[in-house]
Design a protein around this ligand. Structure first.
Ligand code: TXA
Ligand code: MG
Length: 322
């Protein structure tokens, strides 16, 4: 098995050494656990794709300790600078043009002229990034297409001894991945709903985001295949009760259910519980997971995005992604 190590200064130093040696290190962030590797190394980056079984056409997010480090990798225009100052550290990843001298492996970008960058709002993660002194590529630490990890145990169960070190920082506070936006065009485009709400981004930009499905919307992220975040059992949304064989994932004032994402109907609490609940309910004897409706506002949009992708997998919309 991989070494699960508590997030102490000594273990952060050890994990940083492993990263510098080109090894894979799983580490906590405020969103989900990441599977990190040296983003400047082809070999280390290739190991991420291999461990996850991730299609090489799906690019990775590069994690940095601060805005100055991000500026050395990408050209952030005025609007991205503004978002960086307001939302970093935080659950926002911005896809921007790679600088010619960025030093990143081409694999990180899957051949695109862009790269996604993020500064996590997690002290331990930023200490690790500082100690490594390298840009760290880190997708969510789950096999491609499977449920994202919000605990060290999820990572250990999925990867076992395929990773050198798993740093255990306890459960992720936000529990949903970052929002991904493309800032290369005149108008910022949403690529993935996530921890920073569309409402907050639009308020900061004082304009609307380009959102998929809207008219005039631009081509989408490679990571936006429909099937994703999937439990091994069929998932059914907007359920009011469980059918025979199903277990019920509740929200708000539900009656009897196997797990309630938030009895008080708080979408933030539901986001933090979502992946944990899916890991928990994706077990025998259940043949399916029924999920009660979650309101389509604020973090609820990101929750419903993940549920829709999880549900899509059961309709045979493979291949999985990310
Ligand atoms: O919260 C998060 O973002 C977590 C933590 C570990 O930081 N990471 C994460 O990474 O969720 P991943 O690889 O599971 O999802 C990254 C998403 C994918 O949908 C990918 O296609 C998209 O970001 N992406 C990355 N680089 C891109 C690029 N250059 N252009 C377009 N989309 C990109
Ligand atoms: Mg992922």
């Amino acid at each position: 098995m991989a070494h699960i190590l508590p997030l102490t200064p000594a273990n952060i130093r050890l994990a940083a050494q492993a990263l510098r040696a080109g090894e894979l290190v799983a580490f906590p962030t405020e969103t989900v656990y990441g599977l990190g590797a040296d983003a400047t190394s082809d070999r280390a980056t290739a190991a991420i794709f291999e461990a996850k079984g991730r299609p090489s056409v799906n690019p990775l997010i590069v994690h940095l300790p601060d805005l100055e480090a991000a500026r050395r990798i990408v050209d952030l225009g005025p609007q991205a600078e503004r978002l960086g100052v307001q939302f970093w550290p935080g659950a926002l990843s911005m896809v921007a043009r790679r600088r010619a001298d960025c030093g990143l492996s081409r694999l990180v970008s899957a051949g695109l002229p862009t790269v996604a960058v993020r500064i996590p709002a997690h002290d331990g993660a930023r200490e690790l990034l500082r100690a490594a002194g390298l840009p760290i590529a880190a997708p969510s630490a789950n096999p491609s297409g499977a449920i994202s990890p919000t605990k060290a145990a999820h990572v250990a169960a999925a990867f076992g001894d395929r990773i050198a070190v798993i740093l255990d920082g306890g459960p992720c506070t936000l529990g949903l991945e970052s929002t991904v936006i493309d800032v290369t065009g005149a108008r910022a485009a949403l690529l993935r709903a996530g921890g920073v709400t569309i409402e907050a981004l639009e308020a900061a930009l004082e304009t609307r985001l380009d959102i998929p499905g809207d008219e005039n919307s631009a081509p989408r992220s490679p990571g936006q295949m429909r099937s994703h975040y999937a439990p091994s059992r069929p998932l059914r949304m907007n359920a009011s009760s469980a059918n025979p064989g199903e277990t019920l994932l509740g929200f708000g004032s539900a009656g009897k259910c196997a797990f309630n994402l938030s009895p008080s109907g708080d979408v933030r609490e539901a986001a933090a519980n979502l992946f944990h609940a899916l890991h928990l309910l994706d077990t025998p004897p259940w043949t399916g997971i029924a999920v009660m409706p979650v309101p389509e506002e604020g973090l609820g949009r990101a929750i419903n995005d993940r549920l829709r992708r999880a549900a899509a997998d059961t309709t045979g919309a493979k291949p999985r992604n990310g």
